[in-house]
Design a protein around this ligand. Structure first.
Ligand code: SF4
Length: 171
């Protein structure tokens, strides 16, 4: 008897963000069950503490890069991912936290924290594509859950997602 076909693996990653785009995926309910049946959800900490090691067929990345650790972590995610798709305004443009790019971060730190010397942060909030190759960007704040399902389904079937031009950026 032949082995059952291996399901493609999906990983979801969070960087600097509010979790709202990941919640769009969780909000898909019935559709998410269908997705879960079609893919191996290998890394999705918002939904499960179980983590399977990579590599992964598709990584969805929420959030922007704001710390030296995250700048390193996104390179690890890229290395582990066949396709990498960024979801939401934080990941595709730096998000509202990119307002810091026009201010003095050291001044912010001294105002907000009693011991700013313990805080490791970058002076800027930057999109994921500034750090690693991105295969597809899905825009929105939050993203549209139907569009997210289209992106997941298309990439897992080796096709390009069919979405309105203003909601995506293809590389
Ligand atoms: Fe939250 Fe908007 Fe960022 Fe998505 S794009 S994580 S909804 S702030």
């Amino acid at each position: 008897m032949s082995e059952p076909a291996k399901r493609p693996s999906l990983a979801v990653w969070k960087f600097a963000s509010c979790d709202g785009c990941q919640l769009s995926l969780l909000d898909c309910e019935d559709e998410l069950l269908a997705v879960a049946g079609a893919v191996d959800i290998a890394h999705f900490l918002e939904a499960s503490r179980e983590v399977k090691p990579g590599p992964y067929d598709l990584s969805l990345v929420e959030g922007s890069i704001t710390t030296p650790h995250d700048a390193e972590r996104i390179r690890f995610v890229r290395a582990q991912s066949r396709f990498l798709v960024t979801i939401g305004a934080c990941a595709t443009s730096g998000g509202v936290q990119a307002l810091r790019n026009f201010a003095d971060v050291d001044e912010y730190l001294s105002i907000v924290y009693a011991h700013p010397e313990y805080i490791q942060t970058l002076a800027t909030s930057t999109p994921i594509a500034d750090h690693v190759k991105v295969d597809f960007e899905l825009r929105g704040c939050p993203i549209d859950k139907r569009q997210l399902l289209e992106v997941i389904t298309a990439f897992l079937h080796g096709a390009r997602p069919r979405l309105p031009a203003e909601s995506v950026c293809m590389s």
